[in-house]
Ligand binder design. Sequence first.
Ligand code: G3P
Ligand code: CA
Length: 245
Amino acid sequence: MKMKTNIVAHRGYRIVAPENTIPAFQAALAYRPDMLEMDVHRTKDGHLVVIHDEKVDRTTDGTGYVKDLTLAEIKALDAGSYKEPIMQGVRIPTFIEFLNFLRDIGFEQTLLLEIKTDHVDYPGIEQEVLDMVASFQPKYRVIYQSFNLTTLKKIRLLSPNADIAALVFWATPKVYWLKIRGVFDYIHADIRILKQKPTIFWRAKNHMRTWTVDDEADMRRIFKAGLQGIITNQVALATKIRAEI
Ligand code: G3P
Ligand code: CA
């Protein structure tokens, strides 16, 4: 039977609100996506925060690496104006604030949680993220993802039953071998693979999601084929297209 392709809201609904902020997650949830995707880094004084880049420069009025700033310094930053002047004053959420938000709204979809260890080393962050999630005893499902294979292996070791996805730019034989060995459960692949190596892609469709799918024709093709999921910035468009298929 053909699977209903999941829609994953990438960094919330970042087209309409500042990415990875509470307004972006609220905006996404209005469309009832199957999953919310977000990214976690760690501050200089050890607080987990929800932001995509390793530096604050692109999405705030500040500069520097998250790892070199304290939480107080991070919280002083304006994370809204880069998107729209009217959104001035929106703050970078801590991971705790984000999890509280999910609990308060009774979130029951799936959380796709990316640990951002691909460019910065955050020793011990895997355990901290797992502990924080566990402390909330979530009723929703959590899938952990990373570009960093070491992080994925640590998550598997620390939490053998966790749902884990590998983020990959290229679908190499090693990726499939690691999947078969159970190092991770899903492959989250750059959509360029879909375009360049479609056969490989469809063969793995039951455990494959792809990012970032913002093009209508790509969406139609993927929904028709029944891939596991698309990770998209275009939450409203994806919802509309899927309903038409
Ligand atoms: O979920 C896929 C996607 O988030 C991976 O890329 O750079 O947006 O974190 P990036
Ligand atoms: Ca991400």
